[in-house]
Write a protein that binds this ligand. Structure first.
Ligand code: 13P
Length: 252
């Protein structure tokens, strides 16, 4: 682990309703020791943001939404605004997840709007990027990531980067049980840090946390977190099981 505070995030995707979600949240909070070197974040579905925030009040767990709109309110059917997230007890949001990009057609431009919108309300933003298997096999992974990062961070000023976390999630590793090897992940994270240095400056690149996501499990978290440019994890499937996620947040 590098010099940045680790962030271990659970993305619950479209899983859980109030009863099981609250139980899971409480069990995860119980697995949190008095951490000084890491933070824990949960992103439940919108419908139970309030309940989960309420039940974890006073516990050291950050609550975030799985997406966010850029406007405060208005005619945006199906969306959730930054102030709604905050009123529900959240202080963070994920944007640009590959499921949003691939299934719901979200573009780099739209994701950039969401990112800037969330930042303007002071949310901690987890901005996801990642290449498909086809792109990796064609040797285009870095070019795709460069494009996603450059467009996603357009007009995001250097000081705002303090509230941005990048999540590298290779699409081929999400929910497939196939994790990028620690060498592959480290190499890609180092590349992403280089892109940040190019867009901003060394300081920003060194301070920005870059999470890895894609089949993170209790069995591979330690070796991933030992890589110098991996600053945390964005966990899907294994975050739905308190025991597994408990082990993940307690990585060694
Ligand atoms: P899995 O951990 O289930 O592969 O999902 C990763 C992910 O998409 C987290 O956002």
């Amino acid at each position: 682990m590098g010099k940045r505070k680790a962030l271990m995030a659970g993305n619950w995707k479209m899983h859980t309703t109030a009863v099981d979600g609250c139980q899971l949240a409480v069990d995860v909070a119980s697995a949190c020791a008095d951490f000084t070197d890491r933070e824990v974040l949960l992103a439940p579905p919108f419908t139970i943001l309030s309940e989960v925030s309420h039940i974890l009040k006073g516990r050291p767990v950050i609550i975030g939404s799985q997406n966010v709109c850029w406007e405060e309110k208005g005619a945006f059917t199906g969306e959730i605004s930054p102030i709604m997230v905050q009123a529900a007890g959240g202080s963070a949001a994920i944007v640009g997840h590959s499921e949003r990009r691939q299934i719901f057609g979200e573009t780099d431009e739209l994701i950039n709007k969401r990112l800037r919108g969330g930042l303007s309300f002071g949310l901690l933003m987890i901005f996801c990027v990642g290449e498909t298997l086809e792109e990796r096999e064609a040797g285009k992974a870095f070019a795709v990531l460069y494009e996603q990062i450059k467009k996603g961070l357009a007009d995001v000023a250097a000081p705002d980067m303090a509230k941005v976390v990048i999540a590298y999630e290779p699409v081929w590793a999400i929910g497939t049980g196939k994790t990028a090897s620690k060498e592959q992940a480290q190499e890609t994270h180092a590349f992403i840090r280089g892109v940040l240095e190019q867009i901003y400056e060394k300081n920003v690149a060194e301070q920005t946390r870059i999470l890895y996501g894609g089949s993170v499990k209790p069995t591979n978290v330690d070796e991933l977190m030992a890589q110098p440019d991996i600053d945390g994890a964005l966990v899907g499937g294994a975050a739905l099981d308190a025991q597994s996620f408990g082990r993940i947040i307690n990585f060694k």
